[in-house]
Ligand binder design. Structure first.
Ligand code: FAD
Length: 437
């Protein structure tokens, strides 16, 4: 007898002895418990060999690629979609991020874009029937200088104008929001004010990608792991196929969604992107009793902290200061991040660190993504996601799908087109992105 059948039978007998359940329920359970075969509901179906062609080939099975596949198949009726990944499903930056979700940016273009994402996140668990552990616990960013307070005031005004929930708060209010925060007045970098964003949230990063993958596969989307794009085949100015280590696959449209490898893919397609790639590190401590509800981030100390539902503290900061394709973690980053975190919460000094890791982040000159058309026809870009792309997963997927299905840029993506670097229409988010992600 399998364990499953044994447990099911025990459950049935317990229920019978209590005599509290109806006969119908008992028989149904008994039937289930003694059944020889169970019909599992696998989330992920193993794809067969690559077909010779698809309507859309998406390079990169991270949150963005999978979300695009989901919206294409579920909202635009395009089901001949194949997502390829050189590694495994959601094993890139989707697996490495610190799950900060927020919309308190500086420019109206960004606020509107990320606000749509936060709104999509709110209903995502229901939409995908997959628990994302999405929790809106609020995000507090601390200002340690007058210049930062001025920028925060501007962000609060822009945010309110665009309908985002955001307030400039003083020291007294900060104490109420995070009573555990160490805020001496005599300090080398005293806390002067804060930017309180009640909509700030976290979610389970893996689940976001798994949920999109599962529901896309339900509609026939294929995900091919260990399938690396090695060359983009062109005919004239059009991209027509992707050469992979598993064979060549033709495509009506190709989307690149490869996070830290955007320049590498663009080079394969024959153009350059204004992107530099840097490692970004983060770390997690041993689990502690819950004490920290909101996400706390310091613009001056370049550190941010949140507590997961398991009790661990997730700690992150800015990118490493050198370009590199290496995901090794370093001692100097660990020292500086821990030092700054302990300045904010001195009682954490004896807490043990469990893990430290890194991902490769593609940074654009204005700290905003590059989305939509590329110089090659039928080849679409979802790139330049730097340190801030997890929060944008739903909106990027939705809008990239719209872009590819209609072969036209939706208005909300217009500000993020590649051409902005030629026309100097930058969407400068450096100040709102650096340490908070
Ligand atoms: C430490 C860290 C912390 C972060 N914290 C946050 C945060 O708190 N909030 C936030 O919003 N963002 C954060 N980010 C950024 C965020 O993780 C990324 O922007 C986001 O995950 C990008 O998603 P993606 O699907 O585009 O990329 P990925 O999840 O990286 O997926 C891209 C996939 O492309 C595949 N690929 C690459 N090259 C090829 C090829 N040639 N052929 C086939 N497949 C290929 C890769 O294997 C990978 O699986 C953080 C990033 C890091 C590294």
């Amino acid at each position: 007898m399998t364990l499953r059948r044994l447990f099911a039978s025990i459950a049935v007998f317990r229920l019978l002895s209590r005599k509290t359940i109806s006969a119908v329920m008992v028989f149904a359970l008994l039937k289930y418990g003694l059944k020889g075969r169970y019909r599992p509901r696998p989330d992920f179906r193993h794809a067969a060999d690559l077909k010779p062609s698809y309507d859309v080939v998406i390079i990169g099975a991270g949150g963005h690629g999978l979300a695009t596949a989901y919206y294409l198949s579920n909202y635009h009726g395009i089901r001949s979609v194949c997502v390829i990944d050189k590694g495994y499903l959601a094993g890139g930056n989707t697996a490495r991020n610190t799950a900060v979700i927020r919309s308190n940016y500086i420019t109206p273009e960004s606020v509107r874009f990320y606000k749509e994402s936060v709104e999509l996140y709110r209903d995502l668990s229901d939409e995908l029937d997959y628990n994302m552990l999405f929790t809106q616990r609020g995000q507090l960013t601390l200002a340690h200088s007058d210049a930062t307070v001025r920028t925060f005031r501007m962000r609060a005004e822009v945010g309110k104008h665009c309908g985002t929930n955001i307030e400039l708060v003083d020291r007294k209010q900060i104490r109420e929001i995070v009573p555990q925060l160490h805020m001496p007045e005599e300090h080398r970098s005293p806390v002067l004010a804060g930017l309180w964003h009640p909509d700030g949230a976290t979610g389970r990063h893996d689940a976001v990608a798994w949920g999109y993958a599962a529901r896309a596969m339900d509609k026939g989307v294929e995900v091919h792991q260990r399938t690396e794009a090695q060359c983009i085949v062109k005919e004239g100015d059009r991209a027509v196929a992707v050469e992979t280590n598993c064979g060549t696959v033709h495509a009506g449209n190709i989307v690149q969604a490869v996070a830290g490898y955007s320049s590498v893919l663009a080079k394969m397609a024959g153009f350059r992107l204004p992107i530099r790639s840097y490692p970004l590190q983060a770390m997690v401590t041993q689990p502690l009793k819950p004490f920290l509800d909101p996400l706390v981030s310091s613009a001056g100390l370049h550190a941010y902290v949140s507590q997961t539902s398991r009790g661990e503290l997730v700690i992150g900061g800015g990118s490493d200061p050198y370009e590199l394709y290496s995901t090794r973690s370093t001692l100097d980053l660990k020292e500086s991040l821990i030092g700054h975190t302990v300045e904010l919460f001195p009682f954490l000094a004896r807490v043990r660190l469990l893990r430290q890791w890194a991902g490769i982040t593609d940074m654009t000159p204005d700290y905003s993504p590059i989305m939509g058309e590329s110089p090659v026809r039928n080849y679409w870009l979802d790139a330049g996601w730097g340190t801030w792309g997890f929060k944008a997963t739903p909106v990027s997927g939705k809008r990239m799908a719209e872009c590819v299905a209609n072969e036209k840029m939706p208005a909300i993506l217009e500000p993020f087109r590649l051409a902005r670097f030629k026309t100097f229409d930058l969407v400068n988010e450096m100040g709102a992105t650096a340490a908070s992600h």
